[in-house]
Design a protein around this ligand. Structure first.
Ligand code: ME8
Length: 535
């Protein structure tokens, strides 16, 4: 049986409701999943929430709730947003679920039995918002209060000295260096690959403390063989990627588990590269996973920023996706798809970008209303006017020389989109689709169907032009499907394709439209808006 393509997103902390940054990773992962489903491949998209740890314990206390009641509330914001954004995940794991808690405990027991854990004391600096320890050598400057700063988020650190269970890191360093060297696609994009490679040039800390004393953190998975400790939130959360496919510590991993594992792409932001590209493979290696059972790719994308600062729940400088969809894009029938388009088109995946309402409006008006919406709407209106509401058959002569560039661009589109998707270049794929859309609009101007319609002897030529446009729009709707699923569906219905499935392979074929097919009602896809607010 073919291995299922296994894609994952981070498990987001439920200390606060999601913002644009979280939706970015989620939309990108969903887009890739939809693309592969459109190609007829089996895909499993896993997402979920990270619900333990000190940060969440503190947020619950501040809200006057028990941690469980608190996380039960916040998780709903994530689920609701994913529904709004058309995210089609196959499983949603909450780290407080018994299926995960029990598996983590079994895995810990296995590591201890294998002699992979040591109990010792640890001294370091702790960043609670990042739930990460730093050593003296890694500190990032000093705050005005005299406290050292987190090298990742620049917030003040707290000194911590405590007993706990440790997983050796340095013992795995040579293996990891070699593994990364021989697997250049393990970390993408290249800038992040280079970041990790240079990090590995320095000696890693001797070990990673994977537990926390209950005296400091109560909200965590109990360590089964040491009641005074709970599991470190990162150790617990990373394991989700294998607990969900069914790993329980068995050697070798079961056949059922290997139908999903290894992960094909772990989608993450660059803030958590170290946890995924350093700790995670070392955890797997310590569990006895061979090189073949390491994740295939960790893709660490860039940050949405406000000004020069990363948008972050802990910093409070967030843009709420629900507000963007319901208020900023008010009146747009496909607001969630406009938002998806913006996220994936605006910045090359892997780079940082600035969010602004102006930028969304520019995309909406230039790309979507003036180009895509206009193409669909004017084509369908002409079919109504000149073709009795049906897609006309091409005239007996078929495509003429002047139709050839458009036809060629349209049949080449699937290949261009595939090449971009294989490199995770979502913006490049969308650019390719929009190139064809603009080309079709130019074609309409040149072919001028309204002039052809005035000359009865040119009726066959008019039919050919309208038929060619129907083929182009069909191809555009198929290739756009992973990015804007509701818009693709709306275009499909407007063209009258009904229940005919959209399949990626059909986008590479010119002849896919049924001549004589009645078109559907075609309200404007992207009504023009007057922008009222500004950021
Ligand atoms: O780190 N721009 O959860 P988290 C782009 N629980 N993406 C952003 C972003 C921004 N400004 N802010 C957040 C955690 N993200 C851990 C993960 S995984 C086993 C545990 C996205 O709620 C991006 O994907 O802080 C980032 O890596 C993730 O949200 C962090 O989410």
């Amino acid at each position: 049986m073919a291995k299922t393509l296994y894609l994952t997103t981070p498990l987001y902390y439920v200390n606060a409701a999601p913002h644009i940054g979280h939706s970015y990773t989620e939309v990108a992962a969903d887009c890739l999943a939809r693309y592969h489903r459109l190609k007829g491949e089996p895909v499993f998209l896993l997402t979920g929430t990270d619900e333990h740890g000190q940060k969440i314990e503190q947020a619950a206390t501040a809200a006057g709730k028990t941690p469980q009641a608190f996380v039960d509330g916040v998780v709903q914001h994530f689920k609701t947003l994913w529904t709004t954004l058309n995210i089609r995940y196959d499983d949603f794991i909450r780290t407080t679920e018994p299926r995960h808690v029990e598996a983590v405990q079994q895995i810990l027991v296995k590591l201890r039995e294998a002699g992979s854990l040591e109990r010792s004391s640890y001294q370091g600096w702790y960043c609670t918002p990042d739930e990460t320890f730093w050593t003296e050598a890694e500190l990032g400057g000093t705050a005005t209060t005299g406290k050292p700063l987190c090298p990742s988020c620049q917030r003040p650190l707290d000194p911590v000295r405590e007993e706990g269970w440790h997983l050796p890191l340095r013992a795995h360093q040579d293996w990891l260096k070699q593994f990364i060297k021989t697997h250049p696609r393990f970390i993408r994009p290249e800038s992040r690959y280079n970041e990790l490679t240079s990090l590995l040039e320095q000696p890693l800390p001797e070990s990673l403390c994977i537990t926390r004393p209950r005296s400091r953190v109560k909200w965590g998975i109990p360590v089964p063989f040491d009641p005074e400790h709970v599991v470190y939130v990162w150790f617990d959360a990373l394991l989700n990627y294998i607990t969900v496919p069914g790993y329980r510590g068995e050697t070798p991993p079961s056949e059922a588990f290997c139908r999903l594992w290894p992960a094909d792409v772990h989608f993450i932001g660059k803030d958590i590269l170290r946890h995924h590209a350093l700790y995670w493979p070392i955890m797997l290696h310590a569990l006895g996973f061979s090189d073949e059972l390491m994740p295939t790719m960790i893709f660490a994308h860039g940050w949405w920023k406000i000004g020069e600062q990363k948008m972050s729940k802990s910093l409070g400088n967030i843009v709420n996706p629900t507000v963007v969809i319901n208020e900023v894009l008010k009146g747009q029938p496909y607001a969630a798809d406009v938002y998806r388009y913006f996220l994936l088109r605006e910045i090359p995946f892997g780079q940082d970008g600035n969010f602004s309402e102006d930028a969304i409006f520019t995309r909406l008006s230039a790309d979507l209303a003036n180009d895509l919406g206009n193409l669909v709407n004017r084509t369908l209106s002409m079919m109504e006017r000149y073709g009795a509401g049906k897609i006309p058959a091409a005239g007996p002569v078929g495509c003429a020389v002047e139709d050839e560039p458009l036809r060629q661009a349209a049949v080449d589109l699937a290949g261009r989109v595939s090449a971009a998707m294989d490199r995770m270049e979502f913006s490049v794929a969308l650019e390719a689709i929009m190139d064809v859309v603009s080309g079709a609009n130019r074609y309409i101007e040149t072919a001028a169907p309204w002039k052809l319609a005035k000359q009865p002897d040119l009726a066959p030529r008019l039919q050919t032009v309208l038929h060619a446009l129907a083929e182009v729009i069909r191809i555009v709707a198929i290739t756009l499907d992973p990015f804007m699923p509701s818009v693709a569906d709306a275009i499909w219905q407007q063209m009258g394709h009904g229940t005919t499935p959209r399949r990626f392979a059909d986008a590479a074929q010119w002849t896919g439209v049924k001549s004589g097919q009645a078109i559907g009602p075609h309200p404007v896809l992207f009504p023009r808006v007057e922008k009222t607010t500004s950021t």
